[in-house]
Design a binder for this molecule. Structure first.
Ligand code: CAA
Length: 386
């Protein structure tokens, strides 16, 4: 029985900051951000956008593509939670007007809970092959202004429908994991911005590539050559090169030509340079990029690596299905990315500084461009969405 992705839809904010403008404002050579990190633009959410609106918007387009299948399991993966108790999955369930007979949960482990949620959904559907599951991964990457992390912000969501008739990618839930309690990146409950030991986070990411791969290879019996393409979690686009070089060293393939490396990882790298880090969604943004830019990958096995700081990482894989080209949402995604409005650095800083009141008074969010849903405001500590 094949289980996997039947639909994959993305969303991001309608506003974007050009990293060359940010570099000039910060007195940094723009090549550091554009060439060194591989980033051109980053999505910036307005104050009436949050992970619920981004995630529900992506999910709307995934479900609409399948003519609104019954969803039994809704997993919402995020590290930008809007509530300590109520799951973003329940908010999204309401906005999408899904039937009440649905198991709704929010899951967290930094950037890797999207992959973790997907792996759980695969096994749920394997146990109940008539069921369909919806996994939403949505995040707003936020670091302090003028910190080294600032150019690696971004915002985005991916919605994945898992079924036993996967039209896009059949996935194998036998993953290799690497979990280890480290302090490379974290966000205490009282902070809006992540804290990060940047250089250390790169080291742990690369160690996790090696370790998760070893367990995946032992568990599945697959070798490097069994995989034609690779998608990685992308905190910034050049991370894919570093990760893939680590895997090449680990598997004794250091000698591969630049063209061959590009063929293996290039397809996944079209969207991240213009969206930025979307944490839990990032790996699926890379997968959508691969499926939407490569026209002839059916039958190919794609290696998927997810890294969540703190840390937990997973390496797993799937096989692209024949006819997948008919079901990707390339045109909608291209139109969405094209239509975003560019912000000045001061407009970006104003969005960044906007905060919802925490004293329970009624507050109406100023109206900005969003997708189908927006955060209307707060009343008696309750969020209200349009
Ligand atoms: N022209 C071209 N390239 C330049 C340049 C210039 N003028 N100046 C610098 N560069 C290059 C550097 O050589 C470097 O490239 P290499 O790594 O290939 O050597 C690159 O630009 C970045 O330069 P620095 O290493 O000097 O940058 P930095 O120390 O200021 O910050 C960072 C880099 C640590 C990634 C920082 O952006 C950061 O802390 N980001 C947030 C944390 C992060 O993304 N970690 C990734 C792993 S953790 C994870 O994946 C989970 C997650 O999502 C957060």
């Amino acid at each position: 029985m094949q289980i996997g992705l039947d639909a994959l839809a993305l969303d991001t904010s309608r506003y974007v900051l050009n990293l060359r403008d940010l570099a000039r404002a910060r007195g940094v050579d723009p090549n550091k951000y554009c060439k060194g990190l591989g980033q051109e633009l980053m999505s910036i959410p307005p104050p009436d956008e949050d992970v619920v609106t981004l995630g529900a918007n992506a999910a709307w387009h995934a479900l609409e593509a399948l003519d609104w299948p019954a969803i039994e399991l809704l997993i919402f993966a995020t590290e930008s939670a809007v509530d300590q108790s109520k799951a973003a999955a329940v908010y999204a369930h309401g906005l999408l007007d899904l039937p009440p007979d649905c198991l709704c949960l929010e899951v967290k482990q930094a950037c890797s809970s999207g992959a973790g949620g997907l792996l759980l959904a695969l096994d749920y559907v394997r146990a109940k092959p008539t069921a369909k599951a919806l996994v939403i991964a949505a995040d707003i990457a936020r670091y302090g202004l003028r910190t080294p992390g600032e150019p690696t912000q971004g915002a985005g969501a991916a919605a994945l429908v898992v079924s036993a008739q996967p039209r896009l990618v059949a996935l194998d839930s036998r993953a290799g994991f690497h979990s280890e309690c480290v302090m490379d990146f974290w966000r205490p409950n009282y902070r809006d911005e992540a804290l990060v030991d940047g250089k250390y986070s790169l080291k742990v990411y690369l160690k996790a590539v090696q370790s998760a791969w070893q367990r995946y290879a032992a568990r599945t019996g697959r070798g490097f050559e069994d995989h034609a393409r690779f998608c990685y979690h992308l905190p910034f686009t050049r991370m894919a090169e570093k990760a893939h070089q680590q895997l090449l060293r680990e598997t004794g393939h250091e000698g591969l030509s630049a063209a061959e490396v590009q063929r293996q990882i290039g397809g996944g790298l079209h969207y991240n340079p213009v969206i930025g880090n979307s944490y839990t969604a990032s790996l699926f943004v890379a997968l959508a990029s691969l499926l939407e830019h490569e026209q002839a990958v059916s039958g190919e096995r794609v290696g998927l690596f997810s890294y969540g700081s703190g840390c937990m990482a997973a390496f797993f894989s799937g096989v692209v299905q024949p006819g997948y080209q008919r079901y990707v949402q390339a045109q909608r995604h291209a139109a969405l990315l094209e239509s975003r409005q560019e912000l000045t650095v001061s407009a970006y800083e104003a969005f960044y500084a906007a905060h919802l009141p925490v004293d329970g008074r009624t507050y109406h969010c100023p109206r900005h461009e969003t997708g189908l849903f927006r955060l209307a405001g707060i009343e008696q500590h309750q969020r209200h969405y349009d």
